[in-house]
Design a protein around this ligand. Structure first.
Ligand SMILES: Nc1ncnc2c1ncn2[C@@H]1O[C@H](COP(=O)(O)OP(=O)(O)OP(=O)(O)O)[C@@H](O)[C@H]1O
Ligand SMILES: [Mg+2]
Length: 332
């Protein structure tokens, strides 16, 4: 049995459909009309202990709804979830001690209190032993470079500082499993890197199992080994990051440095891009996997031109994901 088992969960929200204008408002007051919107449709997946899984999909795909069900905030309408032996929405009290949740869009900290006071509060709520609390706090504060704003009230923090504080808050009780819902949203480049390294270290050293959503493909590329993609409430990909590249990354590129300025005759099915490097001696050849054998192309170039260096680059994950979101590749 996997650490996280999700079987066929579905969730719909009831949405109030208010007719337009004041008459509509009044009518709605007496006889409200509702319609159901299905946010998650029969989604299943498993996550093993120590896994680091990226959970991605376009806006409104159902990611946050799924995370809320996983963390026990919402009930699924159908299906079952089992995490670490618990049913999250039924055994919430016993369950919360083993998980941590970060909602990047919404702070869980006390707005008017200094960060450190919020942490102390959590220590009391989770009954974290003094020694463990100190050890975690010191380690996390150092790793996330938070020493200079621990005494500041949360409302005064910058977004990046607040996010780091929220991450620590979710981890002080040493949960085995952490759900991150957009933990890098609105954070600058350096801050993102700090958060990524922190997440990676925690996963590698402490074997914390993690599921996290993001719209930043760099997060995925740098942090996750596994990927679950959902769209319109349905799971459309579940596998390794490498696998998604192999399966859907159909374009390849070859960067070639020539010994001199070469005039390359057009090559069938290969697009040539001039790179503004090395005074025009470097060119990029872009082609579809299926149409062109990379070895043939390399041999052709080596035999006909004076080549100094060749490098193959992988298709960008970002481009592939964009294609999947746009429905340009069929995933199932
Ligand atoms: N409390 C709610 N009441 C009604 N509808 C909701 C509620 N929360 C979410 N929805 C709807 O459910 C669908 C899925 O929303 P969800 O927040 O899970 O998406 P998401 O994948 O997290 O998107 P994003 O990337 O924008 O955060 C959307 O159509 C959204 O409008
Ligand atoms: Mg969301």
């Amino acid at each position: 049995m996997s650490l996280i088992e999700v079987n066929n969960i579905s969730k719909s929200y009831r949405i109030n459909k208010r007719p337009k204008g004041i008459p509509g408002m009044l009518a709605n007051l007496f006889v409200p009309k509702y319609e159901m919107r299905q946010a998650v449709k029969e989604v299943s997946f498993q996550i093993e202990k120590g896994d680091m899984v990226g959970f991605i999909g376009p806006n409104g795909a159902g990611k946050s709804t799924t995370i809320k069900m996983l963390s026990g905030i919402l009930y699924p309408d159908k299906g079952e979830i089992k995490v670490n032996g618990y049913v999250p929405y039924k055994q919430r009290k016993e369950y919360v001690g083993s998980i941590g949740v970060v909602f990047g869009q919404k702070s869980q900290l006390q707005w008017d209190l200094p960060v450190i006071d919020s942490f102390e509060l959590l220590k009391a709520i989770y009954r974290i032993p003094e020694e463990k609390y100190r050890k975690n706090l010191d380690r996390f504060v150092q790793m996330l470079d938070m020493g200079n704003f621990l005494q500041q009230p949360v409302r005064q923090l910058s977004l990046g500082q607040r996010m780091r504080a929220d991450i620590v808050a979710a981890l002080l009780h040493s949960p085995e499993i952490v759900f991150f819902d957009e933990p890098t949203i609105g954070v600058d480049v350096v801050g993102k890197e700090t958060i990524r390294n922190f997440i990676k270290e925690l996963n590698a050293e402490d074997e914390v199992t993690m599921l996290f959503t993001t719209h930043d493909m760099q997060d995925i590329e740098k942090v996750c080994e596994k990927l679950i993609v959902i769209d319109k409430g349905e799971k459309i990909y579940d596998g390794s990051l490498l696998g998604i590249r192999e399966k859907y990354g159909t374009t390849r590129q070859l960067d070639v440095e020539f010994a001199g300025i070469e005039h390359i005759a057009p090559i069938a099915n290969v697009e040539m891009v001039e790179l503004d490097e090395l005074d025009g001696r470097k060119k990029r050849f872009v082609f579809e996997n299926k149409q062109v054998q990379i070895n043939d192309l390399m041999n052709f170039l080596l035999q006909n031109y004076r080549v100094r260096d060749i490098s193959i680059s992988e298709p960008e994950i970002e481009g592939i994901i964009r294609k999947i979101y746009n429905g340009e590749v069929i995933t199932t």
